[in-house]
Design a protein around this ligand. Structure first.
Ligand SMILES: [Zn+2]
Length: 335
């Protein structure tokens, strides 16, 4: 039975045997496996809820490692690709309008970026552009694959992002290579175009682009889709399933930005950088997390204490690797 809230119409997930992924995705999957919506809500109140429509397995998904959720808003579809855990559960959002597709973010690991590219090709529409939301490696390494597979497509980002990638991108890739080998990019894909702030129409869809500084990253794009009433928050908002990245000491300003997002009226659905789209209540749970992380940071003399205290404070969250990573950066000796 479809309800008016039923925007999540199709779920494809080929790697259900991967227990780590199931753990992550259990909240999102529950509406599709016969449990009443109330059970799903109890398990995971923030993931945007399916109104009861059964998930349709995507035939093209056979063998796919990541998961894809399709949210439909009239003629516009948002396809959210979620990588497995070893790719930090990072999302690529594909916004499909009447004539073409806009891709936001490019994955950490090349095989997952390749899955994104193959999926986009099944949509049968040209890629209008690729937009990078911020300069963290898990969002841009795979642009190497996307720009190869969609040769000639321009890559946009906020003014300042390209400079960050030129300055630090190669060092970041080198630091990931011992862990990921040839699954990480060999070269930095630097955006060539600047995305302007404010309202613009791309491929028949209205976007209101916003620039935020000193939150989860130094410089972060967000976008409102006023006609669909969707907030694309990227790494400003995390789901209550997952730890957030807190590697820079911007706790206070990040919380100020979250209050600004909370003041936006009517935006119930939020696409995020890690995990499936969430309900706006995820803004509150992100504030709760950042507030606690700030307190723990203030009370912790070293990385080990921060790490252990934050994990203990949120024992049910996935992506504990983010806590280890963040602790190492927060307590690194000043250079
Ligand atoms: Zn991220």
């Amino acid at each position: 039975m479809l309800t008016s809230n039923s925007r999540f119409q199709r779920w494809s997930q080929a790697a259900l045997s991967r227990s780590q992924f199931l753990q992550l995705a259990v909240g999102a999957l529950l509406p599709f496996v016969g449990l009443p919506p109330s059970a799903a809500t109890a398990k995971n109140p923030e993931l945007a809820q399916n109104g009861g429509a059964p998930g349709t397995k995507d035939a093209a998904a056979s063998g796919r490692m990541g998961a894809i959720l399709v949210s439909q808003f009239g003629p516009v579809k948002i396809h959210s690709y979620l990588s497995p855990l070893d790719g930090f559960n990072v999302n690529t959002q594909m916004i499909e309008g009447p004539t073409d597709v806009v891709i936001f973010d490019g994955q950490l690991l090349l095989p997952y970026a390749d899955e994104v590219a193959s999926y986009v090709q099944t949509l049968g529409k040209p890629v209008e552009r690729i937009i990078l939301s911020h300069a963290h490696t898990d969002h841009w390494s795979g642009l190497q694959v996307l720009t190869e597979r969609f040769a000639g497509v321009r890559v946009f980002a906020l003014d300042g992002i390209a400079d960050q990638l030129r300055a630090r991108g190669q060092a970041r890739l080198d630091s990931f290579r011992p862990i990921y080998g040839d699954r990480i990019a060999t070269k930095v894909t630097v955006p060539t175009e600047i995305i302007a702030e404010g309202v613009q129409r791309i491929g028949g869809i209205t976007y209101d682009f916003k620039r935020f500084v000193d939150a989860e990253s130094d410089l972060q794009l967000a976008a409102l889709l006023p006609e669909q009433k969707v907030l694309m928050a990227f790494d400003l908002v995390y789901s209550s399933n997952e730890h957030a990245f807190t590697g820079v000491d911007h706790f206070d300003h990040w919380m100020i930005i979250l209050e600004q997002l909370k003041a936006l009226q009517g935006y119930e659905t939020i696409t995020i950088g890690h995990d499936m789209p969430v309900h706006r209540s995820a803004i509150d749970s992100t504030i709760t997390y950042i507030k606690r992380a700030k307190e723990i940071h203030a009370a912790s003399a070293d990385a080990k204490t921060y790490r252990e205290s934050l994990k203990a404070a949120f024992p049910d969250r996935q992506l504990a690797g983010f806590v280890d990573f963040s602790a190492g950066l927060l307590y690194a000796a000043p250079r």
